[in-house]
Design a protein around this ligand. Sequence first.
Ligand code: ADP
Ligand code: MG
Length: 703
Amino acid sequence: MSEVLNVEELFASKVFTVGKMKERLPKNVYKEVRKVMEQGGELSLETADVVAKAMKDWAVENGATHYTHWFQPLTGITAEKHDAFVSHPDETGHMILEFSGKELIKGEADGSSFPSGGLRATFEARGYTAWDITSPAFLKEDATGVILCIPTAFCSYKGEALDKKTPLLRSMEAISTQALRIVRLFGNTEATKVVPSVGAEQEYFLVDKAKYLQRDDLIFTGRTLFGAPAPKGQELEDHYYGTIRERIGAFMKDLNIELWKLGVTAKTQHNEVAPAQHELAPIYETANIAVDHNQLVMETMKKVADRHGLTCLLHEKPFAGVNGSGKHDNWSLTTDNGVNLLDPGETPNENIQFLLVLACILKAVDTHADLLRQSASDVGNDHRLGANEAPPAIISVFLGEQLEDVVRQLVETGAASHLINGGKLQTGVSTLPDFEKDATDRNRTSPFAFTGNKFEFRMVGSSDSIADPNTTLNAIVAEAFCEAADRLEEAENFEMAVHDLIKEYMTEHQRIIFNGDGYSEEWVKMAEARELPNIPSMIEAAGTLTTEKAVNLFAKFGIYTKVELESREEIVYETYAKTMNIEALTMINMANKKIVPAVVRYSRSLADTVVAVKAAGADASVQLELLNAVSMKLKAAKTALSKLELVTAEASSIKVVKDRAFYFKDTVKPVMDELRKPVDELEMIVDKSMWPMPTYGDLTFEV
Ligand code: ADP
Ligand code: MG
């Protein structure tokens, strides 16, 4: 018998929950905290002092020695700087642990080493972190000890956002304000805010750590830069939902426990499509908490994998030729009196509020398809989007048969009088129940799919923060709500006006709806005819951040200033150029120090064999043929390698970062491919015992 896990006790044991605040804080203090959590505003310093002390006492009881303001700079990962609770000892030498309200609420981080896209010159290095009171503090435990982590936003001396959380919080306020206007129009006077809910399904790979450590490409870039395909890939479709192997199962069990302790509702786990690929999905929660928790999920995956002698790869495309990893961002809007605005109900054709919300979302996604695509771009995702496994790089909306038909009726006749029903699904076996069919089937190829009572944005990369996609989603939908509310609030006849507006939006933006196969060539052509943007790469998407349309949108709701957008565009180019530079250098290094020498050794042994076999008077033609083949490929590899060294070195002379990024994409990347090709061919013929690193087969099938 295995030990019994008490999940109820375990859950959130490392989180300073609202429940713990209620227990530990005086009633009036607790009330003030709750008020700020729900309605915004600032804690008074006296209140903050009381909260800080309670938080510190709880943390110290649980072994904490330090605290940190935990924030999310534009690197896309999290940052922390630890401070011990120690203070000056008193005159007897006794140590009293301290943590003040001021330290809780506000911190200073010398932020000049974080990406700022030119926002902050180094002489203005001050950055400030401010407590996001709506996301609970938690304890992180590792070899460093136990650290109290306080989720914070991070901004510059002048108040410009230097992180991913500040704009997200701003966007949540924007959509709440605008969505409230919509529900008020339909007589909802109770709701005081509307909250975006997010559930992020996380895909990942697990490989053996000892093998990982033999691959410089995995170590330095997170993906393989060389590697011939294994004899078996994912073609038998036997990994998806397959039985979970013991070693992986032990990892998953441990991962769940760690996540539950952190208050993350890890719910679903399964094997994914590619060998060695898996998925974890938590239950959805308020967007900013979901963003924080997704960061914790990624971090915990890496940590727990390590404990099990495994390495977790979060890169979007660790292995060529098999599926890469993404993150499905499930998103919906719920009022604080419990109404999901994306719930169509039994009869969506008669649910005017739902139809209006849907019309606004179609308008938003169509108007800002470019921004949505941009929000899901990162260097790794360039290998997935549009590469016939992930969603295409073209944004479209999948509604399912029933809703698509409702939209069609509304567009054609102005009314949707009937509903295609799901009906019964007959199993044809008398002992099995017949199912009520869902009115929406699944469509795995759609980047933005309606799935019952939420939209699922499927473009996001597996290693990326989900902050940007949700910020963009909130912003674009807030804009559509705002425009609709502006018109409807003025309308003399609301019924007529809302009816006209739904019809108008749906007619104008129906081109964004696509229920077919998003991977097909036909769709690419059809989308082009519909004039939908098809932006193939991250750096080509970057410019969408600073179009007049984008600047107006984000400025209108105070989410990003123009300057902040410009800095973010700059960071995209910077990140791309730096990442590609590392990849190119890693290839050069591996080829020079490992691959070429190994192949030289192998050819030497072949040459020796040829001589020996000939001397013995036997036929050495096969050995000679092989030697020739190896030598030719080696020559091709060496030629490409020299070229790669040249073009990579050239990059540093390009001063404009945007130009440098494009140079890497257009000039360096093709040479990287040129080098990879002969090396992968060599891997297929060189004696395995001489190949200097584990192969795809070793990495993905022997975990
Ligand atoms: P599917 O298998 O269709 O992707 P799941 O039920 O597995 O659907 O849900 C996937 C994710 O969507 C989970 O994280 C889940 O909590 C989340 N989710 C479910 N309902 C909502 C909602 N209303 N808003 C946001 N996310 C949701
Ligand atoms: Mg899903």
